[in-house]
Design a binder for this molecule. Structure first.
Ligand SMILES: Nc1nc2c(c(=O)[nH]1)N[C@H]1C(S)=C(S)[C@@H](COP(=O)(O)OP(=O)(O)OC[C@H]3O[C@@H](n4cnc5c(=O)[nH]c(N)nc54)[C@H](O)[C@@H]3O)O[C@H]1N2
Ligand SMILES: Nc1nc2c(c(=O)[nH]1)N[C@H]1C(S)=C(S)[C@@H](COP(=O)(O)OP(=O)(O)OC[C@H]3O[C@@H](n4cnc5c(=O)[nH]c(N)nc54)[C@H](O)[C@@H]3O)O[C@H]1N2
Ligand code: SF4
Ligand SMILES: [Mo]
Length: 872
């Protein structure tokens, strides 16, 4: 039984792979105060804007709290029986490969272990894949080719100890902000440290870069081949290491020497500088992320950069090594339990000895003996009817897989489409027949593993709501109904953790990197009190410092990589390359960050970014509405023109879904091509055309209760304090729009309708604004910020009412910059105009940037703009 408590609980952030420690103090009313854990080794007191805003995501208003079948509430008994019968019958009639699980790096290790054990050990198929297929499958495959195991050799401290940090396809400032802060602080202490960013876009991460290589998208293999050849030519080779601990250098070097470097599209002098710095610096860390992994050449990109570390012997020692940074909070836990369809369990694959070992350990009668389908092909098989029952846990594939309309179609046509979810409505929940309510972060119990192999506890600090259950429990209940109760008879998460630990150590003897066998015997109290620890047998927790790798001969492999262009190249009808990724204050499909008011302001709409030359060639200007169209589908987004992109490229965030926008779900258009080895999709490279949609009006609506909008070309919704904010645009005549929209607003927000100047209208009830709408011929970026303050007032004075109907106050200009204190860009610009010339000075006058620090790169950019303007 859960007791309501108000004592602080030490837990872990549920967002990115940095894995920051958090102290949550429940308020006894369903909420909690969130603070950074000063003792956690990942963050030591730091948090980013998303972590700091976690307290705003805890409400139960949008939670799925009861099982449902076909939209009707059912009991757990009925739901579980239906799922179990569905699996049993499907397997009887069509064999085990007709069923599948699609799981997530956001499950806790114990949940993950349970799901993997059930399907691979007892249903007899390896048709389980995880959203990590979209995330780090290329790194897993690259590691295995080079090292013989999926091992991340280094630890976070290496970034601070390095003299050169190369960030490849990583927007660390926005995606791993606390590590970025650690790097930034290290560079500040030791200014001789250099940072190189390799990314076709000029991101906020470039703020601390000494060199930005804006290479042509997809050309990383060529760049690292140039580096390998250049290092060899200069004799920067650790001959002893290469001879004793590696093989394959000659063929790799021949391939590198045959590479035509011009495909990178970089100035020769920049490549020379990069080569020079890399050659001269012993302590180099190459940190990489989705610009490397999410590519049809992802695995080769990984190996091309690892080759350079092997050549120089810079691996596994302080301040050196390749470092694959993971995205999700438990991406690494998923690798440990082996939930990718091509891995078995505990860092073991489908080799005969390993199959035998795991079958004995699990006492599994029908252990899967071959790899299952990978995410993209798995959903193709659902669509083709070869898979007839699919169970999705903790991921939103209708929004996050490429060619996402096909995924939705697949689920709609599937008889047993099952989803375990925390929220009541998502693009995936809407497409699934059977919905199982899952506990969420604040209520869950278990462990996660961060990017540096650090295992931390997530501990519950709020009571379980409604009938929601933790994922491992749901899995075990299905197992029991299918007759496998004995193998799933866990009393709690500690039991699962011990079993998982025992499997990692089972017949290991140093042959497998992952071994936490020592944890197999900890008691419940020790599990509860578990302190964060990094696994790895060496005293410093690094791997390969001794030159011993996990291939049978204990040698690492150089891999010959030959550059090849992305699978789907731009064509005349679709000449632009669509790149996709993340923004600072949203997490994936926005089911959690979307609830936070303070995270809403930073990027309030689904945008398509374009270079000024490409925009003007298409008659597009900032604020226009455009259609992005590919061979697979389309989206409708707000245009943002910026020279931070290369000519010929466009960028859209992945976060927007059908829940919060009309057609901002960009993955409807994204390319489903995959890497031939890892099966990871090419999410950063889709040929598209972009065209202007002629809008006759644009508008902003703030309303206390949600609105059923009429059919219009564009809308996007974000959270305000006690209201929803809609950005709208359309091509109907202005008067028609005004009539239908005001009717829609008033249907859910009743009260007298006041008409103001220039397309303004408002519902005022008892002197309080229930809703306000502003329509005009052009996009008014600041309307939301001007109108929002009136929504917080209980009663408007006559003067305020007059102001509102005239279009609102000018106090908030330019959107939100600092999410912690709600400071606008306008306020920061004003402080700079008033004489603030440094971060510290801006902080002293406005508070902006003085808490989590996530906005500091943007403040620095404004300071730079002001300095340039002064000089000019
Ligand atoms: N704010 C926020 N943070 C997050 C997340 C989130 O949703 N929101 N998600 C988490 C997850 S799961 C993940 S996986 C990580 C992802 O973290 P990152 O990988 O850092 O983020 P992305 O924005 O996906 O992509 C990184 C960069 O790759 C670049 N890129 C595109 N094509 C190429 C190329 O061909 N070569 C190179 N070198 N670069 C290229 C893009 O321009 C982009 O800036 O973030 C984690 N952190
Ligand atoms: N175009 C494009 N697409 C991308 C990417 C990209 O860069 N570009 N990046 C890809 C990457 S790297 C990733 S990791 C994916 C992420 O994509 P997804 O995994 O689809 O995104 P999330 O929104 O994190 O989905 C997690 C879901 O689990 C639910 N949930 C939260 N906690 C729990 C729980 O404890 N139990 C259960 N059962 N459910 C829970 C949440 O409400 C949410 O709906 O997107 C991929 N898609
Ligand atoms: S960097 Fe931010 S999102 Fe990532 S774990 Fe830390 S607080 Fe959470
Ligand atoms: Mo990810």
């Amino acid at each position: 039984m859960f007791v309501v408590m108000t004592t602080p609980v030490h837990t872990t952030c549920p967002y990115c792979g940095v894995g920051c420690g958090i102290v949550a103090t429940p308020d006894g009313k369903g909420g909690a105060a969130i603070a950074a854990d000063h003792d956690h080794p990942a963050n030591r007191g730091r948090l980013c804007s998303k972590g700091a805003a976690l307290g705003e995501t805890l409400s139960l208003e949008d939670r799925l709290l009861h099982p449902e079948i076909d939209g009707r509430r059912v009991s757990w008994e009925v739901a579980l029986d239906t799922v179990a019968n569905g699996f049993r019958e499907t397997i009887q009639r069509h064999g085990p490969d007709a069923v599948a699980f699609y799981v997530s790096g956001q499950l806790l290790t114990e949940d993950y272990y349970a799901a993997n054990k059930l399907i691979k050990g007892f249903l007899g198929t390896a048709n389980i894949d995880t959203n990590s297929r979209l995330c780090m499958a290329s790194s897993v495959a690259g590691h295995k080719r080079a090292f013989g195991s999926d091992t991340v050799p280094g630890v976070y401290e290496d970034f601070e100890l390095a003299d050169l940090v190369v960030l490849v396809g990583s927007n660390l400032a926005w995606c791993h902000p606390v590590l970025f802060q650690r790097l930034e602080a290290a560079k500040h202490r030791r200014p001789s440290m250099k940072v190189v960013v390799v990314d076709p876009r000029r991101t906020e991460t470039c703020d601390i870069a000494d060199l930005h290589l804006a290479l042509k998208p997809g050309s990383d293999v060529a760049l690292f081949n140039l580096l390998l050849a250049g290092l060899a030519d200069r004799g920067v080779v650790d001959r002893d290491f290469v001879e004793r601990h590696t093989s394959g250098l000659d063929t790799a070097l021949a391939a590198a020497r045959a590479t035509n470097g011009s495909v990178c599209g970089l100035p020769r002098s920049d490549i020379e500088t990069f080569l020079d710095w890399f050659a001269r610096t012993e302590k180099v860390v190459t940190l990489y992320s989705q610009g490397v992994n999410q590519s049809s050449a992802g695995v080769d990109k990984v190996n091309a950069l690892i080759n350079c570390h092997l050549l120089t012997g810079r691996i596994g020692r302080p301040g050196m090594g390749p470092f694959s940074i993971t995205g999700q909070p438990n991406a690494m836990g998923g690798r440990e339990v082996g939930a990718l369809s091509n891995t078995l369990a505990a860092h073991m694959d489908f080799g005969p000895a390993e199959i035998d070992r795991v079958a004995r350990f699990w006492r599994a009668p029908r252990l899967a003996t071959k790899p299952g389908l990978k995410a993209v092909e798995l959903f193709e098989a659902v669509r083709a009817g070869r898979i007839k029952a699919v169970w999705i846990m903790a991921t939103n594939p209708v929004a996050s897989l490429p060619d996402a309309d096909a995924v939705r179609e697949a689920l709609r046509g599937c008889e047993y489409s099952i989803v375990s979810e925390a929220v009541r409505a998502s693009d995936t929940v809407d497409a699934c027949r059977i919905r199982l309510p899952a506990l969420a972060w604040a209520e869950k119990d278990g462990t996660v593993t961060n990017s540096e192999r650090g295992i931390s506890r997530q501990r519950p600090f709020l009571p379980p709501p409604g009938e929601a259950k933790q994922d491992w429990w749901i899995v075990s209940e299905i197992a029991r109904r299918l007759g496998h109760g004995d193998a799933f008879a866990w009393r709690g998460v500690a039991d699962i953790f011990r079993e998982h630990a025992a499997l990692s150590g089972f017949e290991n003897g140093g042959t497998r990197d992952f071994d936490i066998g020592a944890c197999a015997s900890i008691d419940d109290a020790a599990y509860d009190a578990l302190r964060p620890f990094v696994w790895g047998s060496a005293a410093d927790h690094r791997f390969f410092g001794d030159g011993r790798f996990f291939h049978a001969d204990r040698r690492a492999r150089f891999i010959a990589t030959t550059p090849r262009p992305p699978v789907n190249a731009p064509v005349e009808a679709r000449p632009l390359i669509l790149n996709t990724g993340r923004v600072r204050d949203q997490w994936h499909t926005m089911t959690r960050t979307g609830k936070s008011v303070r995270l809403a302001g930073h990027r309030p709409e689904p945008t398509i970014e374009l270079h000024p030359r490409d925009a003007s060639a298409r008659g597009l200007a900032d604020g226009d509405i455009a259609e992005v169209k590919s061979a697979w589908g389309r989206g409708t987004l707000r245009v943002h023109v910026t020279d931070s992109l290369r000519v010929g490229e466009a960028f859209a965030p992945m976060h927007w879904t059908a829940q919060v926008s009309r057609a901002g779900r960009i993955n409807a258009a994204v390319n489903p091509a995959v890497d031939p080895i890892s099966g990871q999709p090419e999410l950063k490279h889709t040929p598209v055309e972009i065209r202007r949609l002629d809008m006759r009006w644009h508008g902003t609506i703030l309303a206390r209760r949600p609105i059923m909008l009429p059919e219009i070309a564009y809308w996007a919704r974000i959270r305000g304090a006690g209201f929803n904010a809609y950005a709208v645009a359309g091509d109907q005549p202005f008067e028609v729009a005004r009539r239908t929209l005001s009717a829609a607003v008033r249907t859910t927000n009743p009260g007298p309708w006041l008409i103001g100047e220039n397309g303004m209208g408002a519902v005022l009830s008892d002197g309080r604004v229930e809703a306000v709408m502003m329509l005009g011929p052009t996009h008014d970026v600041e309307a939301r910020d001007r109108l929002a303050p009136y929504m917080t007032l209980d009663r408007l004075t006559m003067e305020q009412r007059h102001e509102l109907l005239n279009g609102g106050t000018e106090a908030h200009r330019g959107g939100e910059l600092c999410a912690c204190f709600g400071i606008s860009r306008g306020a920061v610009e004003a402080a700079i105009a008033d004489g603030a010339t440094s971060l510290a000075a801006v902080g002293a006058t406005t508070h902006a940037g003085t808490n989590c620090g996530s906005c500091r790169p943007e403040i620095r950019a404004l300071l730079r703009v002001a300095r340039v303007a002064k000089v000019a």
